[in-house]
Design a protein around this ligand. Sequence first.
Ligand SMILES: Nc1nc2c(ncn2[C@@H]2O[C@H](COP(=O)(O)OP(=O)(O)OP(=O)(O)O)[C@@H](O)[C@H]2O)c(=O)[nH]1
Length: 384
Amino acid sequence: MPAIPVREVPATVGPRAGDPVPVPPPVQEPPPPIPVPPDQDEPDVDEPPPYDIPDLPPDQEPGTPPPIEEPPANANAGVGFFGRLRAGLQRSTQRLTDNLTGLFTKRPLDEAALEELEETLIAADLGVAASRRIVEKFRRTRFGKQVSDEEVKLALAEEIAAILAPVAQPLVPPPGTKPFTVLMVGVNGTGKTTTIAKLAEQWRGERRRVMLAAGDTFRAAAVEQLQVWGDRTGSPVVVPARTGADAAGLAHEALDRAVAEGMDVLLVDTAGRLHNKSGLMEELRKVVRVLRKKDAAVPHATLLVLDATTGQNALQQVKVFREMVDVTGLVVTKLDGSAKGGVVVALAQEFGLPVHAVGVGEKAADLRPFDPRDFARSLVGLDQ
Ligand SMILES: Nc1nc2c(ncn2[C@@H]2O[C@H](COP(=O)(O)OP(=O)(O)OP(=O)(O)O)[C@@H](O)[C@H]2O)c(=O)[nH]1
């Protein structure tokens, strides 16, 4: 196997043994896509043909991030993360609350109103099971009563938060686990690379030493993108020697380097598509197998990154990726551009997998640990 180069961080920003780890400058913007020259050394290696994973959403073209709906004009309004979350979820909130307004104030809560409530919740992507659960609670506690819009929102927020609470688990590298190794999986364009950068930024800010591994070896642009993020966050990046190099070999090499260099965290990017679903499954399983050979506990976490704009497709993606790898937690991105933020509730109800973080924008500060109360109140349009 050819040697896998490690892109070293310039001495001015990279940590040295014994030095305090500098806090990297805030990440301002995601790196622009970088044109990739044809690989002169490897004329035989072709880009894989368009992928054909029948169970994944058809609207995600290979290599093309899904279009993000225009965010609302006041998307950056508000103070702090709650304000961003609230602004980011505005489309989802509108979708949910438009039909609720006046639903119960015009009449006491009867069967027809409950049915309308259920339809509204399902249309807002909360999923059938969660919607039924919420409606049942309303039936038990409020049937026959006249309730104001505000009361409805409060009760909804409470119920949604109760569904979300068990899954809201921030991802914290446990003390003594070094390097805490995280495998990032998900369909292309969902935000894996950006999420890696955001986590790297966050953990470097906590003075942890972070290494990145560019495991999406077929997409040279993805490798370049991770290198840019590595430079920006001051994290060394292990890159493949050539396009299409063995991803498992790269992950193995990265783990060796991370151990040798005393890294606290290793974040491994992976491909979101290959020739077909079984090709992707084979590759992801091989990456895990090879890592486990080195250390049975690795990867310590396997995060599936989901794009909220895909709505109910996200549920399908969880099912497909769980067939491939042992998904330990979820990150839901692009809540800022989506009217389908309710899908987080459906994911919580259906799978009960930890939701570690949500993304409400492209900047480093736009990824935060998932707070059930904040999310629920934002989703129904209540203030903090
Ligand atoms: N609005 C918004 N955009 C995001 C968010 N997270 C990621 N993006 C954008 O989504 C696009 C795709 O993100 P990537 O990180 O490249 O996705 P990926 O899954 O790594 O995809 P590949 O690199 O193609 O494998 C980029 O333009 C990101 O800036 C988010 O929370 N909100």
